[in-house]
Write a protein that binds this ligand. Structure first.
Ligand SMILES: Cc1cc2nc3c(=O)[nH]c(=O)nc-3n(C[C@H](O)[C@H](O)[C@H](O)COP(=O)(O)OP(=O)(O)OC[C@H]3O[C@@H](n4cnc5c(N)ncnc54)[C@H](O)[C@@H]3O)c2cc1C
Length: 296
């Protein structure tokens, strides 16, 4: 098979290349600044987009390529990637399947998996879509050969003009690389109480993370620390869930954890179906005891 990949960041592109080179020839498009970091992932031909990348000029540049010669166009589901996929699908009349996180090919058929019903279930489908978008973080990257032939494509003018850039508030960490995560949910009650969790974060040498209400709705932690379907997908050795109920959309982000420890005062909380060690109790009483034993 022959694949054309598009991602506007090197991490996503190298993950996609690692996955799709298993099944055939991989060619890829990315923005010029990411090219150097994408070279040794078994990509046969690497196109670098030169100029300011917006959805309209990127999709125009990609649609100018010989797209019929590819069996599948795979686009990383970044904000730019999602727009590009939609434009290409409409413009070229190619069906598009979105937010795929697992894919296999068997007997000429493509089988995909993606979340459905707001993340409550996983749908496995056989599909003939010509374009798919892939949830970032779905595939790990590992180096392949570094023989990528490079070509630059000049991006033409865009109808979009950039008026102002407001940087997002960044946390000082990337929880996706953490080996121990202490994650807090709505059960923490209020922002000030997060301070009482820090001794556990320090004693475990872990990173602090949270559920969507904590990071997005109440903004007690930065969005960069949100774990889940619409947050980060994490794969730590140990994931400690404090006051998190364990809804499927949260579980979707921490399924890769090796050991899950949950503390919840509700013995029927769904998180207890997902953990290796469960403690039924008030987190404000349990956490100091955990810290005490860790310090011993
Ligand atoms: C499309 C979509 C995407 C979503 N994406 C995400 C996502 O990326 N990440 C995410 O997390 N959610 C996501 N959600 C939201 C998700 O459905 C849940 O609403 C959310 O995960 C609940 O967060 P929580 O467990 O912190 O809060 P709650 O469900 O309110 O649970 C709080 C828990 O704390 C326990 N508790 C309370 N006090 C204490 C105490 N003192 N000690 C111990 N336990 C206590 C309670 O028993 C309860 O189980 C998404 C939803 C949708 C529809």
């Amino acid at each position: 098979m022959k694949f054309l990949l598009f991602a506007d960041d090197a991490k996503s592109l190298s993950g996609l290349a690692t996955r799709f080179r298993e099944d055939g020839e991989v060619q890829a498009v990315t923005v010029e600044s990411e090219i150097e970091q994408c070279q040794n992932y078994g990509i046969k031909k690497l196109y670098g987009l030169k100029g300011k990348a917006f959805a309209d000029n990127v999709s125009l540049a990609i649609s100018g390529m010989d797209l019929q010669s590819y069996d599948l166009i795979v686009i990383s589901s970044s904000p730019l990637g999602r727009e590009v996929a939609g434009i290409l699908s409409g413009k070229l009349n190619f069906p598009c399947m979105t937010e795929v996180f697992e894919i296999s090919f068997s007997g000429g058929k493509m089988i995909t998996k993606r979340f459905f019903f707001g993340g409550k279930t996983i749908m496995q489908e056989e599909s003939s879509s010509k374009i798919i978008t892939v949830t970032p973080g779905s595939f790990d990257s590992s180096p392949g050969d570094n023989t990528a032939e490079k070509e630059t494509i000049d991006l033409g003018d865009s109808r979009v003009s950039l008026l102002e850039v407001k940087p997002k508030e960044k946390s000082s960490t990337n929880i996706e690389n953490a080996s121990i995560i202490v994650s807090v949910g709505r059960g923490i009650g209020k922002k000030e109480s997060i301070e009482s969790i820090m001794p556990l974060v320090e004693a475990t040498h872990g990173e602090l993370a949270g559920s969507r209400p904590v990071c997005l709705d109440y903004k007690w932690l930065s969005e960069e620390r949100q774990v889940g379907l619409s947050g980060k997908k994490v794969k730590p050795k140990v994931y400690i869930a404090l006051g998190i109920s364990g809804q499927i959309q949260h579980i979707a982000g921490m399924r890769g954890a090796k050991i899950v420890i949950a503390v919840n005062k509700d013995k029927d909380a769904p998180i207890f179906q997902e953990c290796d060690y469960g403690i039924v109790g008030d987190l404000f009483q349990v956490v100091p005891k955990l810290v005490e034993s860790l310090r011993k």
